[in-house]
Design a protein. Structure first.
Lengths: 87, 604
C-alpha cells in the first residue's frame, strides 16, 4: 500500500470519529429533548435541554474542531505530508 | 510608528484600533453627560465606524489578481478566523436571532446548534481540501474537478440563487439600522447601506473585505457583549450571565405558567401592525417535536458547509494547515456571540414581563405603559404595540407585541442603560450586516467575473479587464440587491434560512463528493446541482402556496428535500456514466494531501 493510500485511510478514520462525536451533539441528544429537560442534572441551574442547545453543544463543537485540527496535523506529519513553512 | 510589512504588524494595528474604538465610546459617553442629543450620538457612531471601514477599504485597494480574489493568500490563521466570524455573523445573527429566540424559545435555538455544528462539516469535509485546490471561487473548484462548462455554470447558478437571497436580507438589515440611527426613510437608508458596503469592497476585493471584516468583528463583538453583561449586573442577575442566569430562566417559566399563553382571536390580531409578534411559546422548555428541532439544525449545518462566501474565506490562508486551524478559530469567535444571544433573550424577556421589576410592563395599566418614553419611541418606529383586547385596562402577556429586531435594538433602552449603548448597538448591527453583505456581494461578483466571464465567455481577457468587469458586476449586484431589499418581501431571519436551504439543495453533495468520492463525475454533479436546486425550489413554492408538505418538512427546511434529490441523482447519474479519467483521479489524490503545489496555479 502506498504512503498516500495509508494516509488517506487514517484521514478517513479520523473523519468518522469526528463526525460520530458531531452527530451525538448536533442531532443525537436532541431526540431526547423532553428526557433531558426532566433530568435532575442541571448545569449552572439551567434545564439540561436548554443548556445543551444554548451552550453545551456549541462548546463541544469548538473543542472538537481544535482537537480535529491537531489530530489531522499529526497524521499529515506521520506520513511526511506536512507543508513547508515557506510554501 | 509602525515599521515593516502590514501583515507582520497586524496585532499592533488592530490593538491600536480597538483601543481607539473604546476611546470613542468613552468620549461619546462623556458627551452624553454633557448634553449631546441621542440622535447626534446615534449618527456619530454609525458615521464614525463606516468612515473607518471606508479608509481601510481605500488603503487595501489593489490591481493584483490574487490579492483581489483571495487576499494574496497571506491572511494569518487567527485573523482569518475573526474575518470569517464577521463574514458569518450577519444582520440575522446580530439583530434578529435573539429576537427569534425571545419569541419562539427552545425550538428556535436549533439555529444556534446548526450555525455552529456546521463548522465541523466545513473543517472535516471541505475547507482544507478546497484550500489545497487553490481555486479563486467555489465554482472554480466544481468546474475543474468535474470538468466542463456545464458543471461550472450550474455551480454559478446555485451560488447566485443562494447568495442573492441572503444578500437582500443583509442590505435590508443595514437599511433598517441606518434608518433608525440616522433618522431617514427606509427606502433611502437601504441605498446608504449599499454605498457603505461598496466602499469596503470595490477597490480592494477580497483583500479589502478581509481587513474591514476584522475591524467589523471587533466592533460587533464589543457592541453585543457589553450591553448584555451590563444589563445582567444591573438587574442583579450576575456579572457573568452565561453561567448565572439559571434562576432567571426558571423565573420566566414560573411567570409563563402564571400568565398562561392566551390565544388571541383573528380579529384582534388583525389590528396588530405587520411584522410584530407576541410571546406564544415557552421560553426554555421543549416546545416542539424533536424532528422539528433536528431538521432545522440539519439544514443549517449542511447549508453552512455549502455557502460560498464562507468557504471562500478559507482560500485566503497561507497553507492547508492554517485553513484547518482557522476554521476552529472562526467557530470560537462565533461561539462568543452565539452563546450570548439566548442570555440576551432571557434578560430582555424577564425585564419586560416580570411585574416585580421596575422595568416590567405586564400587569401595569395600558395608559401607564403608553406613557413610557421608550414605548413611545419604539411604537413610532413600528417595533412595539400594545392593545387592550379584553378591555380590563391592564396589559396582559398576550396584549404586548414587539418586532424581532427590537429585542437587540431596544433592550438597552428598556433596561435604562445610557443612550451611548444604544448607539454602540446600532454600530454593531451595521458592522454585522455590512460584513456579511460584503462577503456575499463579492462571492457573487467573483463567480460571475471569474467563472462566467473569464472562464466561459472570454478566456483571453487580460488581468486589467477582468478586474474592471469584476468591479462593474459588484456594483450591479449591489444595486439589484438593494432594489429588492427596498421592497421588503421577506423578513431578515426568514430569507437567511432560505439561503441556507438553497445552498444545501444544490451544492452540499456535489462539493463533498467531489473530495470524498472519486467515482463522482461531471454529468452526476450537474444532475445533482440542477435537480437538487429545482426540487428544493419546487417544494418551497408548493408549501408557500398552500401545499401540505410531507415528513414534517416546512418552508424553513426544504433543503432536506433538495439535498436528498441531489444526492440520489448525483450517485445514480455518476454510476450510469463513465468514471472520471486518470488525470482527474490523480488530481483528487493530490488534493487529499496538504503538501506540494496547489492544483491550480497562482495566476489562473
Amino acid at each position: 500500500m502506498s504512503n498516500k493510500t495509508k494516509h488517506w485511510e487514517k484521514t478517513r478514520g479520523l473523519l468518522f470519529v469526528t463526525l460520530a462525536i458531531w452527530f451525538v451533539f448536533s442531532i443525537g441528544i436532541f431526540f431526547f429533548g423532553t428526557e433531558m429537560e426532566a433530568s435532575s442534572f442541571r448545569p449552572f441551574g439551567y434545564p439540561l435541554s436548554y443548556y445543551m442547545t444554548c451552550q453545551g453543544s456549541l462548546l463541544a463543537f469548538v473543542i472538537l474542531n481544535f482537537w480535529f485540527a491537531g489530530r489531522q496535523e499529526k497524521i499529515d506529519e506521520e506520513f511526511g505530508f506536512t507543508e513547508r513553512e515557506d510554501s | 510608528m509602525i515599521k515593516g510589512k502590514f501583515i507582520d504588524n497586524l496585532p499592533k494595528v488592530y490593538g491600536i484600533y480597538t483601543g481607539g474604538f473604546i476611546g470613542f465610546i468613552i468620549l461619546m459617553a462623556i458627551a452624553e453627560q454633557m448634553g449631546m442629543s441621542a440622535k447626534a450620538i446615534g449618527i456619530s457612531f454609525v458615521v464614525f465606524t463606516i468612515a473607518i471601514y471606508a479608509i481601510i477599504g481605500w488603503l487595501s485597494r489593489t490591481l493584483q489578481m490574487d490579492a483581489y480574489y483571495v487576499a494574496g493568500r497571506q491572511v494569518p490563521t487567527v485573523f482569518n478566523g475573526m474575518a470569517t466570524a464577521a463574514d458569518w455573523m450577519s444582520g440575522a445573527s446580530f439583530v434578529a436571532m435573539a429576537g427569534g429566540i425571545y419569541f419562539k424559545g427552545y425550538g428556535y435555538m436549533a439555529l444556534l446548534v446548526g450555525w455552529t455544528g456546521g463548522y465541523i462539516l466545513v473543517s472535516t469535509l471541505l475547507a482544507p481540501y478546497l484550500r489545497k485546490f487553490g481555486c479563486y471561487t467555489v465554482p472554480d473548484f466544481v468546474g475543474t474537478r468535474y470538468g466542463g462548462n456545464a458543471a461550472r455554470l450550474s455551480a454559478v447558478l446555485v451560488l447566485t440563487v443562494a447568495s442573492f437571497t441572503y444578500v437582500t436580507a443583509q442590505i435590508n438589515a443595514t437599511g433598517t439600522i441606518a434608518s433608525v440611527a440616522l433618522d431617514i426613510p427606509f427606502k433611502i437608508a437601504v441605498y446608504v447601506g449599499l454605498a457603505s458596503i461598496l466602499l469596503c469592497s470595490m477597490l480592494g476585493g477580497m483583500r479589502a473585505v478581509t481587513w474591514t471584516q476584522v475591524a467589523q468583528y471587533i466592533v460587533l463583538i464589543i457592541a453585543y457583549l457589553l450591553p448584555v453583561f451590563w444589563i445582567s449586573s444591573k438587574m442583579g442577575a450576575g456579572f457573568f450571565p452565561h453561567l448565572m442566569l439559571g434562576d432567571e430562566v426558571a423565573r420566566i417559566a414560573e411567570l409563563e405558567s402564571q400568565f398562561g399563553f392566551v390565544k388571541n382571536s383573528a380579529a384582534d390580531l388583525a389590528t396588530v401592525p405587520k411584522g410584530l409578534a407576541g410571546i406564544t411559546k415557552a421560553h426554555s422548555s421543549v416546545n416542539g417535536t424533536s424532528w422539528g428541532f433536528i431538521s432545522l439544525a440539519i439544514c443549517m449545518m449542511a447549508g453552512t458547509a455549502s455557502l460560498p462566501h464562507v468557504m471562500m474565506r478559507y482560500f485566503t490562508t497561507p497553507s492547508v494547515k492554517s485553513a484547518r486551524r482557522s476554521v476552529a478559530w472562526s467557530l470560537l469567535f462565533i461561539f462568543i456571540l452565539y452563546s450570548t444571544a439566548p442570555m440576551l433573550a432571557t434578560l430582555s424577556k424577564l425585564s419586560l414581563i416580570d411585574p416585580t421589576l421596575s422595568t416590567g410592563i405586564i400587569g401595569k395599566s395600558i395608559a401607564e405603559v403608553q406613557a413610557i418614553d421608550w414605548y413611545q419611541n419604539w411604537n413610532q418606529a413600528n417595533l412595539m404595540f400594545v392593545s387592550d383586547f379584553n378591555g380590563n385596562g391592564t396589559l396582559e402577556l398576550n396584549e404586548f407585541f414587539m418586532g424581532g429586531k427590537a429585542v437587540v435594538l431596544a433592550t438597552p433602552e428598556i433596561a435604562g442603560l445610557p443612550y451611548v449603548i444604544s448607539g454602540l448597538v446600532a454600530a454593531g448591527g451595521m458592522a454585522a450586516a455590512m460584513s456579511t453583505a460584503d462577503g456575499l456581494v463579492l462571492a457573487i461578483a467573483n463567480a460571475l467575473s471569474h467563472d462566467l466571464y473569464y472562464k466561459i465567455i472570454d478566456p483571453k481577457a487580460e488581468a486589467a479587464k477582468r478586474l474592471i468587469v469584476a468591479r462593474v458586476l459588484l456594483v450591479i449586484i449591489g444595486f439589484a440587491g438593494a432594489t429588492i431589499a427596498a421592497m421588503g418581501i421577506q423578513g431578515i431571519l426568514g430569507s437567511v434560512i432560505w439561503a441556507f436551504d438553497f445552498a444545501m439543495s444544490g451544492l452540499f453533495f456535489p462539493l463533498v463528493l467531489g473530495v470524498w468520492w472519486k467515482r463522482a463525475n461531471g454529468p452526476g454533479a450537474v444532475a445533482g446541482m440542477l435537480l437538487g436546486l429545482a426540487s428544493g425550489t419546487w417544494y418551497l413554492i408548493w408549501v408557500r402556496t398552500g401545499g401540505a408538505g410531507f415528513l414534517g418538512i416546512t418552508q424553513l427546511t426544504f433543503g432536506i428535500v433538495g439535498a436528498s434529490v441531489s444526492l440520489v441523482s448525483m450517485v445514480v447519474v455518476s454510476l450510469l456514466t463513465k468514471a472520471p479519467d486518470a488525470a482527474t483521479q490523480d488530481m483528487i489524490d493530490e488534493l487529499r494531501i496538504p503538501s506540494g503545489k496547489t492544483i491550480l496555479g497562482k495566476q489562473h
